[in-house]
Design a protein around this ligand. Structure first.
Ligand code: AMP
Length: 389
């Protein structure tokens, strides 16, 4: 079967066409086609909206499809609020519900809804599923998702911790449990998704019980361009004294902070190279980022009642041996010990990099959000009888 995986940004539409069998198995080369339409709605780009972007994609796919039809589409949606606790088959009511959640994700949810509407109009018979970044974290207990703010901010405005990167944390949890031969329902772990955006998730019994991103993806770890946790009074102070307005503050915290703000470079590879070359600001940024991450691991080890694994994934987690060791060196008080050679090895497969006598195994597990979305789309469509098993 052919599943079209769609990731709609406010001005972009990324797609991957994937081959998957009805039983969920994939061929050796599952990606049939992929691409990106950018600058949607930007004057002069020639692409006014998501429907036009879809026409462009359709033309690109025509060559590849050679008469075959796409069986289903799966969309990544950033925010599912409290309503969506699992991947969902799309109806017009679901699209409207995603639009109603726009205040929680003003750039992303309206774009996703446009992508959904465009496909529903172009291919009305094609089943579509939505997979949310937030839904995996809906299992968090209230003590993890509540902020200590006036009650009405939650009850009337929905201000609470939601968490993100759920598709990746979910996938990687399952692979890590399988790699270690532990039943997922009995698996406690700390998952570290370290990409350009980064989050840590506490897994208890295979489910999310806490996560470092919050109401938005800004909270938690030091990221490529996001600050992660800061004292909120810094923000009121800077706005009050006129240094920033709300827009500038938003940009500074999300786009000009993190590794970029501290070093001038958002890319971990360059920060590491520059730290090795002796540049003080890069060395400091690595210390701040690894120290903060290690504190989260310690905290989540408690939150899950004793983790059975620490798992690294995403761009930095999978590829940066130096950053992994900077974090793991700080976890020695937990009895964690890693094998320096295994840490340096590169592989596409899930692997253990801890020593035999480490108190807790440490794993590196490659993530693949597109693959997960395709699989979830297939399952949702089959469960509703929209695709054959
Ligand atoms: P992702 O968002 O998962 O695609 O991760 C992207 C980030 O991974 C980039 O911004 C890089 O900082 C980081 N990255 C990728 N490869 C490496 C590497 N070999 N060493 C360090 N960082 C890497």
């Amino acid at each position: 079967m052919l599943i079209l995986v769609i990731n709609s940004g406010s001005s972009s539409l990324k797609y991957q066409l994937r081959e998957v069998a009805a039983d969920g198995t994939e061929p050796a080369e599952p990606v049939v086609a992929q691409g990106l339409v950018e600058r949607i709605g930007v004057p002069g780009s020639g692409v006014d909206n998501h429907a036009e972007a879809l026409e462009q994609i359709d033309a690109e796919l025509e060559q590849v499809l050679q008469g075959r039809t796409i069986d289903a589409a799966g969309h990544r949606v950033v925010h599912g609020g409290e309503r969506f606790k699992a991947p969902t088959l799309v109806t017009m009511e679901v699209i409207r519900a995603i639009e109603r959640l726009a205040p929680l994700a003003p750039l992303h949810n309206p774009a996703a809804a446009q992508g959904l509407r465009a496909i529903a109009e172009k291919w009305p018979d094609m089943p579509q599923a939505v997979v949310f970044d937030t839904s995996f974290h809906q299992s968090m207990p209230e003590e993890a998702w509540r902020y200590a703010l006036p009650d009405a901010l939650y009850t009337e405005n929905g201000i609470r911790r939601y968490g993100f990167h759920g598709t990746s944390h979910d996938l990687v949890t399952g692979i890590a449990a399988e790699t270690l031969g532990i039943q997922r329902a009995e698996f406690n772990a700390v998952i570290l998704h370290l990409g350009n955006g980064a989050s840590a998730t506490a897994i208890r019994g295979g489910a999310s019980v806490d996560t470092s991103m919050g109401y938005t993806p800004l909270a938690g770890l030091v990221m490529g361009t996001r600050s992660g946790d800061v004292d909120p009074s810094i923000i009121t102070h800077l706005i009050r004294n006129g240094a920033y307005d709300a827009e500038q503050m938003d940009r500074m915290l999300n786009k000009e902070s993190g590794l970029l703000g501290m070093t001038g470079n958002a890319d971990m590879r360059q920060v590491i190279d520059s730290a090795h070359a002796g540049h003080r600001r890069s060395r400091t940024a690595l210390k701040v980022a690894s120290y903060r991450l290690a504190k989260y691991v310690g905290g989540y080890h408690v939150a899950v009642g004793g983790a059975q694994a620490v798992v690294f994934t995403a761009g930095i987690g999978e590829n940066s041996a130096p950053f992994r060791s900077a974090v793991l060196d700080r976890l020695e008080p937990l009895g964690i010990a890693y094998d320096a050679e295994a840490n340096l090895e590169r592989s596409e497969a899930a692997r253990v990099i801890s020593t035999e006598d480490s108190a807790i195994p440490v794993l590196v597990v490659p993530t693949n959000e597109e693959m997960a979305i395709a699989q979830l789309t297939l399952t949702v469509a089959q469960d509703h009888g929209a695709l054959e098993r």
